[in-house]
Write a protein that binds this ligand. Sequence first.
Ligand code: SAM
Length: 553
Amino acid sequence: MSTLTKLSVSDDCRYHTFADGTAAYHARFDEVLSFHGIDNAYQVAPVFLNGQAWHIDETGEAIYPHKFRRTFGFYCGLAAVIENDDWFHISPNGFAIYAQRYAFVGNYQQNIAVVCDRDGFYFHIDKSGQPLYENKWHYCGDFREGIAVAQAENGLSTHIDKQGRFIHSFWFLDLDVFHKRFARAKSDDGWHHIDKNGKPIYAQRYASVEPFYNGFSRVETFSGALQIIDEQGDVVRELRAANNDDFGALSADMVGYWRTFTIATAADLKIFDYLPNDTSQLAIQTNTLEKRLTRLLNALGELGLVKCEQTVWHVLPKGAFLTTNHTMSLASAATEYRGELMQRWHNLTQLMQEDIENVDIFKQVSLSDEHTAMHHNMLRSYALKDYQELVCYLDIEKGDVVFDAAGGVGSLAQLILDQFPSTNVILGDLQGVINSSNFSNKIAFDLFETWPVKAEKIMLARVLHDWNDADALQILLNAADALQNNGAIYVFEMLLDEHSFGGSLCDLHLLTVTGGQERTKSQFEALFKKAGLCINTVIKKDSLVTAMKLIRE
Ligand SMILES: C[S@@+](CC[C@H](N)C(=O)[O-])C[C@H]1O[C@@H](n2cnc3c(N)ncnc32)[C@H](O)[C@@H]1O
């Protein structure tokens, strides 16, 4: 137990006081911070006066002669200070404890401090200033119970131990340290708690969660309800009812097609290509009735796609993806979603009750040049969005034959060729699609017949999800047959989370449109195993899509 006199910061933060409010010493400063004990023997506090900073003892006297630009409290017997623009740690004699200088240093906790070097990389150092491990991070936090949060360059965070090793293999949008057994974690679908294996401990997701406190956590739902949940995720107490109206929210969900049609109509009329513009000019250019056009523009405003300044309409950043010359234009996608794709959703009730076969959408699309162009413009934008950052991690070697199987018009094939110019990249797809592709090295083929190439690397990007398990297995068997010895197949897919509902609407979309399905990693593994393949490496970055490298078992 500490026998040190308890000193507090005065109300004006210019000196310290005893418990009864009387000043502990005569001196006055521009600012003082709290006293911290050193070795339980004496206590010191950071002070600041006339642009200089140092530490004082309980009598208000400096504990060393040196002055700094800024000083912070002593933790674990060491204090963070700034001299010029250099951050480092000092011992109570005022001397630096190591030679390095940093852009930032944190306080020592459990004898470890976070530092940020001049290149903006974060890591942990021990009390002699030595890094604990070789890795550097985009950001990292203090250790608690031997585990810290580390953020990678792609913005995702995970847990590490004091040797810098991963505690589990999961990455999150945001993450907290463990409080007892659980840590707060945020994934695409919201906040929840995970255990030390990185696994969610319940299925729900929240707008925010607090750490568990004696077995209970206070959470806020997306509809604004405040609840207390237990460690199974069961609600034990409701602190505040949901503040939004379920009736209204359900009504909004039911008229989702209002958005689909509003956006597709604007894309048909190429409204975004003609902005900025005033309504009357735009009416002339789009051949529309001005009063009705105003109502459409207002609706686009409600969707956050355009704004009106004085009388001129402007495209907002989200709306820019609906201009036709954007490299990742979604203008074709807007029309596609409202067309054949939406038509197929009308069959969903029937699909629930009967195992009927869909008409093959890809063969249907490939019969019309116009439809092929529209559909593949849509796929090109998604390919650029989701594959670009993964390509540099592919294990492709000089001289490899790379077959982009069912590669559409060749967006991924082109990305691979740009990244690995000394390879032979071949694009394969249905005849109609191949005809409309500008990729030079291309071949028409059918996924379900013998493949016309042998390759070291085969790409199956968003192909398996279009098919049921039996068809997907056949595709994998054909791909394995087309693989050279020691070759590898890369499967690019969005993985369903085993523990949440995220991705389930997309899964229904595939059921209605292609008869396929989204899958979890273990569902994929079961399929791969049947084809004599297994996962060798998993590449997961910021995008929705994961690349899985498969090799023969
Ligand atoms: C969802 S798209 C994916 C395209 C591309 N891999 C990508 O990720 O952007 C599915 C592709 O499979 C092609 N496809 C469908 N059935 C096929 C078949 N039987 N043989 C060859 N390709 C087929 C389609 O034409 C389409 O390009």
